[in-house]
Ligand binder design. Structure first.
Ligand code: GDP
Ligand code: MG
Length: 441
């Protein structure tokens, strides 16, 4: 897909005369690519119309950077589709919220419920899981197993067949136990669809959730819009989570889900494990969708904000894909020193939202400084190692002692490192463009 979009843009920038016909051909090519990525036909068509309005043929003809103008216009249009204009309800720590999960069977609800609970638990919440799927055999066992692994309280029954009754009992119990995030897992498609929607409506009516999350498998394809709309019509969906983004699907269905539910995507699932869960970030998602290389904007930024003399070295390290603790340390130094380099990291999926949430820069830099203090107590071997097994418990204890921190904090810092290493690992083998080549993109 990325190939065909960049080919289309390339062909256009090679054309000596940019007229309506050339622009149309280019847009048609891009349309085909987006459809292959499961972006809904209607959304693609609307976007095409908008782009024609935005892109000024005179600008293109006047030798401005044609590819960049069009690419930017498409990028912006797709970002706009993913922004429903209002944020979803956000639960508050310490205040009871009920969150209900809905979606087709197999979409990843039960898995995602646990990920969502675990994500919040790590941040100091008191989540709890309620299994209101009484239809599928083994549903309760699955939830129980997940919850036990994550040490999250759960409620369910092997014998009761009324999902409404269980949902209400579970929510009541956890309210009494002052849990602040009560998560209700529901059953997926079964019997006839009408029965499922009715059941969902009843559970919703009885538990009065503060937020209903629609869980969607990214590989659902063009069916995404109708599915999302059908759910929205039965319960008041307020947010979307797209799962299985680790697979082949580029996730164009997410755009449909946002359009159909008028609700934002809040997280994406990137694997079967509990911690394979990321805060959704529009720009990296759209980059991936367009196959622009998640990294093209990132490289631009590097050229913009990293001092010239440090660029070759940093890029070399990135392309080797060996993200050591020392590189993390150096990048932290840069962030604290330069300020604007944080823009660099905001281009990386999973980085900005997690480590440096918007509007909380002070806390973020305190955290980064804390991490660096701990890293100051590390040996050269530890800083330069690419062996994930090196950091054993006795090393962690030593680092904690040396920096006057808790072992738990050292573990947190290493977790952060692992997460970043995973993201940066994707840069392995990246062709490093020179400065001149970049601006030609
Ligand atoms: P439910 O029927 O909606 O509750 O779906 P489940 O939570 O049981 O998930 C169905 C299958 O999808 C299970 O095998 C999960 O392990 C898998 N799954 C869920 N989320 C993800 C994800 O983000 N990535 C991958 N690769 N698999 C996932
Ligand atoms: Mg389930």
């Amino acid at each position: 897909l990325g190939g065909s979009i960049s080919r289309a843009l390339q062909q256009m920038s090679n054309a000596t005369i940019i007229d309506e016909k050339v622009l149309n051909e280019c847009l048609n090519e891009i349309t085909r690519a987006l459809l292959q990525s499961d972006v809904q036909f209607k959304l693609v068509r609307d976007m095409q119309t908008n782009i024609k309005k935005i892109v000024n043929l005179d600008d293109l003809a006047a030798g401005h950077n044609k590819r960049k103008i069009i690419q930017q216009a498409i990028f912006n249009e797709l970002c706009k589709i993913l922004d429903p204009g209002k944020p979803s309800f956000t639960p508050k720590k310490g205040k009871t919220s009920v969150v209900m999960f809905v979606g087709l069977q197999g979409s990843g609800k039960t898995t995602t419920c646990t990920k969502y609970a675990y994500y919040h638990q790590k941040k100091g919440w008191r989540p709890a899981l309620v299994c209101a799927d009484t239809f599928r055999a083994g549903a309760f066992d699955q939830l129980k197993q997940n919850a036990t692994k994550a040490k999250i309280p759960f409620y369910g029954s092997y014998t009761e067949s009324d999902p409404v009754k269980i949902a209400v009992e579970g929510v009541e119990r956890f309210k009494k136990e002052s849990c602040d995030l009560i998560i209700v897992d529901t059953s997926g498609r079964h019997k006839q669809e009408a029965a499922l929607f009715e059941e969902m409506r009843q559970v919703s009516e009885a538990t009065k959730p503060d937020l209903v999350i629609f869980v969607m498998d990214s590989s659902i394809g063009q069916a995404a819009f109708d599915q999302a709309q059908a759910f929205k019509q039965s319960v008041s969906v307020g947010a979307v989570i797209v799962t299985k983004m680790d697979g082949h699907a580029k996730g164009g269905g997410a755009l449909s889900a946002v359009a159909a539910t008028k609700s934002p995507v809040i997280f994406i699932g990137t694997g079967e494990h509990m911690d394979e869960f990321e805060v959704f970030d529009v720009k990296p998602f759209v980059s991936r969708l367009l196959g622009m290389g998640d990294w093209s904007g990132f490289m631009d930024k590097i050229h913009e904000v990293v001092p010239m003399d440090q660029q070759p070295e940093l890029l070399q390290k990135l392309s080797e894909g060996n993200f050591t603790l020392r590189i993390m340390y150096e990048q932290f130094q840069n962030i604290l020193k330069m300020g604007p380099i944080s823009q660099v990291f905001s281009m990386l999926p999973g980085f900005s939202a997690e480590l440096m949430p918007k509007g909380r820069e002070k806390e973020s830099s305190a955290k980064i400084k804390r991490y660096m203090t701990m890293m100051d107590s590390m040996t050269n071997e530890e800083l330069d190692s690419t062996n994930p097994k090196l950091m054993n418990e006795s090393r962690m204890r030593r680092i904690a002692r040396g920096s006057g921190r808790q072992v738990g904090e050292v573990m947190e810092m290493l977790e952060e490192y692992k997460r970043l290493a995973k993201v940066w690992g994707k840069m392995k083998g990246l062709k490093i463009p020179k400065k001149g080549e970049m601006s030609a993109l």
